[in-house]
Design a protein around this ligand. Structure first.
Ligand code: ADP
Ligand code: ZN
Ligand code: ZN
Length: 732
């Protein structure tokens, strides 16, 4: 062991709630990656800082094998944010840091942003008729695929298309039909820049309110119906942030669903934009991340994990559709990107703008109490009115294949006028149940407490929870009868029914099944925009971000699913969803109409929807939450457990509860009885959960800290897989 060694605390990605001490003779700043011996292997950890003493004798400490960064990879502000997040979510810091780093950095690769090589067609290649290559099918295939990918494809993508792509590319290169190029992860628009429209008074006031206080922490909630000009407000604020030489971080729920938003940013600014989306390969993701860290990308646009992108000169954060559930990570380190973004803005002393047509009740309550500044955009731009909302009482109307007569007539009227319709149904597949009409048997999943969904086009029964696929049984395993039938409707069945009702209509289905192929979604959206489709039927994918000016009818087929759901947020989600899909209908000169099929037309949620009264809905939803002791009035934490052994999870939770009571939290922390999860068995594992409620964060978190640490050490914890979920988004 070296004599003048210093002791460093290092965060290593393990499930243990502690840091590890290592020795090094060098000087290492916090945020530097190091390779350290850990058990029998080496791991990549991150230095937290130097300490004077270790609780272990020096002779037992191991030495850092290698420092991986000359400069700290993570700036101090990010390190502090991650320490806060580990503390708040009661998740091991090593894993938190690991989650926040791009894959290449986790693997210990050097932090340099080299370009990514892509292959693209030359002008000669583009002019070529692929049939000249009919003797070389592999080359012909690549040529055709590259013709559809003007920005080129990288090695990873080409390998997916053909395992022997290198040989084919070599031949194509020899003929000068294909050429390698460098692809940049940060794009600067080279088209004409489009300026801002003249802002309306509401927009102007929102922009002024935010921009007069740049340079300090201020949280804002921008509430404006779909099409009220929220994005325009973001763009105007960002313009001023960039003018100060600062960077803007923009979080969105799902980029693949909102290509229009990215385009709008690109058209507006001649600034370098880094877009962090799921289509990037590891190197490109790293490049974008490094460009943000170096201050080279002035706008960083990304989904959930982008909240951890370091910025050299942070100026403002925007969280679009702040209510969206996808901001919450649902496994491992279960953080909320929106809430982390708020803490980040507070620490970086910059404004943060949360935007939504349907803010979460959590954010709304904060705004009503004055903790956030509420900015309202009450009207749609360009004088467009809100669509009329009509309820179709399904207790009286007999639907055919899920479609009531008034809804079919409304679609027919749109077809006559050359306008488009959207039908929304939150269920993919053909039918959610495959049933024996003789004895009532329904096809179950063997690994989950769930029914299998019939997918007719694939000719399979599928479990939407574990993904298992089974053949469609033709005779009943219970009674040997043969009258098996699909029950209920999914998007696939409705699509088929529409084809029968409206044989001349052009129908597009948008759900996870129909958009799996890369580019399929973009192609469908293009067809809708160019007027090459008359009816769109799809799942909640349709509710996000798209603008369809020629859509004048929105039909909601099974609204009741959410009314009395098992989750306390079901009603809130349903309201948000219908508001969002309704927002797709009708623009300036063509008023829209929304038809909702329901068996509960008297539900107050629908009355609020008909008035477009978000605040009215929020009033009664908040009152209900207050009375039942749910967020935002009480804070929730779920201790979840799962195990292949029946009973093991509940057993663990009982012991965890006893431990909690021994730690004697004060009265304002309530620990409920453990319960099986609403769907107890999933993928062959039995799941259970224990709910902790508290009206007060400080004592809750003090208690959680002690509890989590003891649980991590307890012997009884080893029999199950467990996790703490602070501020859970769904109760499954
Ligand atoms: P939101 O983000 O609230 O859905 P957008 O910012 O996308 O609203 O605005 C909806 C449409 O209205 C867009 O086509 C946008 O270009 C346009 N728009 C926004 N603000 C104005 C304005 N002040 N004047 C004219 N058009 C506007
Ligand atoms: Zn039967
Ligand atoms: Zn299953």
């Amino acid at each position: 062991m070296a004599a003048a060694s210093r002791i460093y605390q290092v965060a290593v990605p393990t499930p243990l709630y502690r840091l590890f001490d290592y020795l090094s003779t060098g000087s290492l700043a916090a945020g530097t990656r190091v390779r350290v011996p850990f058990g029998k292997r080496e791991m990549v950890g991150v230095v937290l800082g130097e300490v004077k003493q270790s609780e272990f004798p020096l002779s037992r400490l191991k030495s850092i094998a290698q420092a991986l960064d000359a400069e700290p990879l993570l700036p101090l502000s990010m390190m502090n944010l991650l320490v806060w997040a580990a503390d708040y979510y009661h998740h091991p810091l090593g894993e938190v840091i690991h989650t926040a780093l791009p894959a290449r950095m986790r693997q210990g690769r050097p932090a340099d942003g080299s370009g990514v090589t892509v292959w693209a067609l030359t002008p000669e290649g583009r002019a070529l008729d692929p049939t000249v290559l009919k003797r070389a099918p592999a080359q012909k295939h690549l040529l055709e695929i590259l013709a559809a990918a003007p920005e080129g494809l990288d090695a990873e993508q080409l390998a997916q298309i053909s395992p022997r792509w290198t040989v084919a590319i070599k031949s194509l290169r020899r003929k000068f039909w294909v050429t390698p190029q460098q692809r940049d992860s940060v794009t600067v628009s080279n088209s004409d820049i489009q300026g801002s429209p003249q802002l309306n008074p509401g927009q102007k006031s929102a922009v002024t309110t935010v921009t007069t206080e740049l340079g300090r922490f201020r949280p804002y909630l921008l509430h404006g119906v779909t099409g009220s000009g929220k994005t325009e407000v973001y763009l105007n604020i960002i313009e001023q942030v960039l003018a100060l030489g600062k960077q803007a971080l923009v979080l969105v729920p799902e980029i693949s669903l909102t290509p229009q938003l990215v385009e709008r940013f690109a058209r507006r600014f001649r600034a370098p934009i880094a877009v962090l989306h799921s289509g990037l390969n590891d190197q490109e993701r790293l490049n974008a991340w490094l460009a943000a860290r170096a201050g080279k990308a002035t706008i960083v646009l990304g989904t959930r994990s982008a909240v951890f992108t370091p910025l050299k000169n942070p100026g403002a954060i925007v969280v679009d559709e702040e209510h969206d559930a996808s901001y919450k990570q649902q496994d491992g380190f279960r953080y909320s990107a929106r809430d982390v973004a708020l803490m980040r803005a507070a620490r970086e002393k910059i404004p943060i703008l949360l935007g939504s047509a349907t803010p979460s009740l959590e954010s709304l309550k904060k705004a009503r109490e004055g903790a956030y500044t509420l900015l309202e955009l009450p009207d749609r731009t360009g004088g467009a009115g809100m669509p009329a909302v009509r309820l179709l009482d399904m207790r009286r109307l007999k639907p055919s294949e899920g479609l009531s007569l008034p809804l079919r007539e409304a679609i027919a009227a749109r077809l006559d006028r050359g306008e488009q319709s959207i039908l929304f149904l939150n269920r993919r597949g053909f039918a959610p149940v495959w049933m024996c009409y003789d004895c009532g048997w329904v096809a179950p999943c063997r690994r989950c407490d769930a029914k299998l969904t019939l997918h007719q086009k694939r000719g399979k029964l599928l479990c939407h929870h574990c993904g298992v696929e089974q053949a469609v049984v033709a005779s009943c395993p219970a009674c040997q009868g043969v009258s098996l039938h699909p029950l209920g409707e999914g998007t696939e069945r409705v699509e088929g029914a529409l084809q029968l009702f409206f044989p001349r209509a052009r129908i597009e289905r948008v759900d996870r099944d129909s958009t799996q192929r890369k580019g399929a979604l973009a192609e469908k959206l293009r067809r809708v925009h160019e007027g090459e489709a008359d009816i769109l039927v799809g799942t909640q994918m349709l509710s996000k971000g798209h603008d369809f000016p020629n859509v004048t009818l929105v039909g909601v087929l099974n609204a009741d699913q959410g009314l009395y759901g098992t989750d306390f947020r079901s009603g809130e989600r349903l309201f948000q969803l219908i508001m969002q899909v309704s927002g797709r209908a009708g623009r300036a000169h063509k008023p829209g109409e929304v038809l909702i099929q329901t068996r509960h037309p008297d539900h107050p949620l629908f009355a609020a929807l008909q008035q477009h009264d978000f605040h009215g809905f929020a009033d009664f939803a908040l009152a209900e939450r207050r009375d039942t002791g749910y967020p935002p009035y009480r804070h929730l934490v779920l201790l979840r457990a799962e195990s292949p052994a029946p009973g093991a999870s509940l057993n663990f939770l009982r012991q965890a509860r006893a431990l909690a009571q021994r730690l004697s939290p004060n009265d304002c922390v309530v620990i409920q009885e453990p319960l099986p999860a609403p769907m107890e068995r999933r993928s062959g594992r039995y799941r259970a959960q224990l709910l902790v409620q508290s009206s007060e964060r400080v004592s809750l978190h003090a208690f959680l800290g002690r509890w989590a640490a003891e649980l991590a050490d307890a012997k009884f914890s080893r029999k199950v897989r467990w996790s703490l979920d602070v501020d859970p988004q769904d109760m499954y």
